[in-house]
Design a binder for this molecule. Structure first.
Ligand SMILES: [Zn+2]
Length: 197
């Protein structure tokens, strides 16, 4: 399994990619070579595994809702609905222990002959994403940053790479992220709309 990114690595460096994203648009948009999730973003579902606690299920509800009702402008992500049928899901959430100083990982997959195969998002589009949280490690951070973590990982699932602007929820280093960031920002919504016009 290819772990394409981690969220909240220890101390000062809280966000780390194990595969460096490539800047797709020289001036504004940070993506994985413009690759996207191959799902109609106007009818998308997510699945929450039984390993996820009720508290994190609540944060996932808030994070998915934030991507639909951004407060910073329209995008095509609607509806974004929870399903109990994983075969309908474009984003699957799990909770399990991760390596020390790793709070969350998003991995993207295609399906080949019925099997899920992890893909490098820089090279191709993907069919669905898995987001795994280490709740014990996440809980060492304030609630704002836990929610930011959910929104940030969902951004990766859509194809948003790390953004060097500290006002973006996709900024890679949470300790330097502007403290006003509580979710999707106008930068992030513009990047989504660039990918899914
Ligand atoms: Zn990240």
């Amino acid at each position: 399994m290819k772990k394409i990114r981690t969220f909240f690595v220890s101390g000062i460096i809280l966000l780390l990619l194990t595969i460096v994203p490539i800047q797709a648009h020289a001036t504004t948009y940070y993506t994985y070579n413009n690759h996207v999730i191959t799902w109609n973003v106007e009818n998308i579902w997510y699945y929450v595994d039984s390993s996820v606690s009720s508290y994190y299920t609540y944060l996932i509800l808030r994070g998915t809702d934030n991507w639909v009702h951004t407060g910073v402008g329209y995008n095509r992500l609607y509806p974004l609905t929870r399903t109990t049928n994983i075969s309908l899901s474009a984003v699957d959430f799990y909770s399990y222990g991760l390596q020390p100083n790793t709070l969350a990982i998003t991995t993207v997959y295609k399906r080949v002959n019925g099997q899920a195969v992890a893909v490098n998002p820089n090279n191709e589009n993907w069919l669905f994403a898995e987001i795994a949280f280490d709740e014990n490690q996440m809980n060492t951070y304030e609630e704002r940053l836990r929610l930011v973590g959910v929104v940030h990982e969902l951004g990766h699932a859509w194809g948003l790479a790390h953004n060097p602007d500290t006002h973006s929820v996709m900024y890679w280093n949470a300790s330097d992220m502007d403290s006003s960031v509580t979710g999707v920002t106008s930068i992030d919504n513009a990047t989504f709309n660039y990918l899914y016009p």
